[in-house]
Write a protein that binds this ligand. Sequence first.
Ligand SMILES: *Cc1c(COP(=O)(O)O)cnc(C)c1O
Length: 409
Amino acid sequence: MKHPYLKSQPDEKGYFGAYGGAFLPPQLVEEFERITEAYMKLRKSHAFLSELRRIRLHYQGRPTPVYHARRLSEAIGGAQLYFKREDLNHTGAHKLNHCMAEALVAKSLGKTKLIAETGAGQHGVALATAAAHFGLECEIHMGEVDIEKEHPNVVRMKILGAKVVPATHGLKTLKEAVDSAFEAYLAQLDTAMYAIGSVVGPHPFPLMVRDFQSVVGLEAREQYREMTGGELPDHVVACVGGGSNAMGIFSGFIDDDVRLYAVEPLGRGTKLGEHAATLSYGKPGVLHGFKSILLQDENGDPAPVHSIASGLDYPGVGPEQAYLHEVGRVESVGASDRETVEAFYAISQMEGIIPALESAHAIAYAMKLAKEVPHDAILVNLSGRGDKDIDFVVENYGVMTWPSEGDAS
Ligand SMILES: *Cc1c(COP(=O)(O)O)cnc(C)c1O
């Protein structure tokens, strides 16, 4: 029998093929070994897994439903579209799946504090939520520029009891927030754990976060089979920033004869700086403690990126995504800013669901794919809700009607 994929990857050093590993400053090597050792035990611990199940059922609102989007499918006139409703998670996105579990790992290690960086504030809010639930302290580092831009999430974190630390050097955005958070972590190794926000960073985080997100795919597979009398979808589609919601839903179908698609943000053009399509345009390199495919400038530094979805504008991608792209198990595709906004309005008006702009990338690609494979079924991971994006969309694109006139679908 073939070895199940999830049991065979990564290797014991955290490599998925050529990608992954742990590239750490010497002061952190021991700490990450401790986390790895603890997690390898926890992942088989009945007490840990049943506590996680309890939290998901009673606090997070899992299982989230799979929904057949009949009106949208009919309007496109192609394949049948199904959504895994991660937007119905507590706090409105899949991120809580790994934040709650990371907090539980920190507690098991005897830590009393969680530290992280955040860009748009989504990871910060999810982690502050988990910290409040478990009675842990929470320190979120955020660029001064992002603090201005993402005011509502900053307020949420503070209400939840987290301390928001501004990163005031350099460009004062995400990269500086990472530097600032790591510096704080180094000074508090005895009491704090760094909680990474996607399937990125040094081993064991890509493995841990993928394990914690796999609930999305395992649930969806069972739910879809139940809805259809034992069938599987032909295609599974998810957007990719770091890759956690994608690895979550792919985990349920990776050993099946199901095509998997990673949708990257094509932004507003193909030049460096106009998109964040790492798998499509990047090359191998090391960033933030792991080896992966990265968007780099001519000096090999992380390239500037753009996407209307702030959760997708990262110049790297998780090592497992890079590996699955390289071996051809996952197809890397894209959706532009414009296509994404159209999809945002399409599912708002055809289904009564306002999606996060990140998730709208996945839906935009699924809508293109649906026309090419009219007899198939496509399952899309609807990773989050769009409340956070409504002002931005309306200010920049106005209120649109879907389908727009002259756009005969
Ligand atoms: C953060 C975020 C993403 C991107 O992160 P991944 O790790 O690639 O999943 C996607 N969707 C939503 C709603 C997010 O908040």
